[in-house]
Design a protein around this ligand. Structure first.
Ligand code: IPE
Ligand code: IPE
Ligand code: MG
Length: 253
């Protein structure tokens, strides 16, 4: 048993405001059990549900879950259609859970290639939960960080041409208004499961100063305890944002 068992079952000081999770490793988890990949995705959904409940309990402000990347469209048709119908079932199954927990649900990504029914269900879930004031849950679905930036630039050029804004006065903050996640707190922490040490096109702009935690754990095996330990380690990290530690300045004076 870990020494930090049950350290952190409610909100603590220095807790991140916004966490993004790259939920990776479902396919390998299923393969280890001699099962089809979709079995791993189903187990992954249950894990995501658990994590949302933990996030609500610790009063996290924002949680973004990476469910399907722009590049995942290149997977075999069978896996894509399995995932799409799983997303659809999941939305249906968990709508009341989100309402009961005061969760505000949104999506990020390009919905144009999503099946119509799924698109409609996602929109319904956004609208039903839009007045909720608790956890801000975002599902990154058919999402790519590069595509989001390009989309933002296109909108920006439109606004410039229509004289809504002047590109020459653009700042980091004003550009963010053209990107997904604009109404969320800064992305403090990214967690990626499954041992891969890359971002795979996840929140490229927003991750500029995020802490990044990589774990070998496959997503369906990711337990609340490990999540809480990662939060504890985050609370001890020193985030300098390009500045220096004040103690160093004093010692050198
Ligand atoms: C992550 O698990 C879920 C999606 C990308 C949809 P994977 O399906 O990538 O699982 P692995 O990485 O092959 O084990
Ligand atoms: C990233 O996982 C996307 C999601 C978890 C939704 P991938 O499995 O698609 O990433 P790569 O291909 O290993 O980089
Ligand atoms: Mg993967």
């Amino acid at each position: 048993m870990s020494s930090s068992q049950n350290i952190y079952l409610e909100k603590t000081p220095n807790q991140p405001k916004h966490i993004g999770i790259i939920m990776d490793g479902n396919g390998r988890w299923a393969k280890l059990r001699g099962k089809r990949r979709i079995f791993g995705h189903e187990a992954g959904v249950l894990k995501a549900r658990e994590l949302v409940e933990t996030a609500v309990r610790i009063e996290l402000e924002a949680l973004t879950l990476y469910a399907f990347s722009s590049e995942n469209w290149s997977r075999p048709k069978k896996e894509i259609s399995g995932l799409m119908s799983l997303f659809e079932k999941t939305i249906e199954k968990y709508t009341s859970l989100l309402i009961d927990n005061n969760v505000r649900f949104k999506t990020a990504g390009d919905p144009s290639m999503l099946p119509k029914i799924l698109k409609r269900k996602l929109e319904q879930m956004e609208s039903i939960t839009s007045e909720n004031t608790g956890l801000k849950l975002t599902l990154a679905i058919a999402y790519g960080g590069q595509q989001d930036i390009i989309n933002g630039i296109k909108c920006l050029i439109d606004d410039h041409e229509n004289q809504v804004i002047d590109i020459n006065t653009m700042t980091v903050e004003s550009f963010e208004e053209y990107l997904s996640f604009k109404d969320l707190p800064k992305l403090d922490l990214i967690i990626r499961t499954s041992g891969e040490t890359r971002l795979s096109n996840f929140m490229l702009w927003q991750s500029a100063y995020s802490e990044i935690h990589f774990t070998e754990t496959l997503w369906p095996n990711f337990e609340e305890q490990e999540f809480l330990e990662i939060l504890q380690s985050y609370s001890q990290s020193e985030r300098r944002f390009g500045n220096i530690d004040e103690d160093i300045e004093l010692k050198e004076a």
